[in-house]
Design a protein around this ligand. Sequence first.
Ligand code: FMN
Length: 161
Amino acid sequence: MNMIEIISTRRNIKNFKPDPVNVEQMNTWLQAATMAPNHKLTEPWEVYWVGEETRAKLNHKTNFFNAPIVIVVISKHGANELETKENAIATACFVQNFILSAWAEGVGTFWSSMAMAPKMREILGVPSDYEVIGIFGVGYPEEVNAPRERIAIQQKMKHLS
Ligand SMILES: Cc1cc2nc3c(=O)[nH]c(=O)nc-3n(C[C@H](O)[C@H](O)[C@H](O)COP(=O)(O)O)c2cc1C
């Protein structure tokens, strides 16, 4: 797949196979993800691997669609509001790099914002000076839904003088 195909075929996966994902491969994708743009090289991302015990405590309604791996990605606050915002944006770039690297090798991801909730942050032990960017189920998809069409980008363009 070329880059456009990887981007276009990725879906938020809601049905995983039980097949394990190779941890070395996971680390390769996460390492590649660190090449994300990040202002002042703050590298604000951190990754928590969520084990079975913690996963049970989170009590997600579908247990992350039985994904074999669950990770949380958090972003460190900056020295001020602007830097905190920049860090969160950089960490979202990190996430997209990871998701697309995995997808290029047939591994899908489910992105949920549930870990942003205060109770979930507490269970995960997220320090107060970090934003939760998302919690992710990672695994081989049992099913990949058809894409939901997006609005033509021309409709969201403005040409300034
Ligand atoms: C910041 C963020 C939070 C999200 N949170 C959830 C969520 O809590 N539950 C969910 O089902 N999908 C969540 N998603 C995934 C979107 O719902 C999904 O990307 C969207 O429906 C488009 O589908 P696609 O990714 O398959 O193209 C989230 C995506 C982002 C970027």
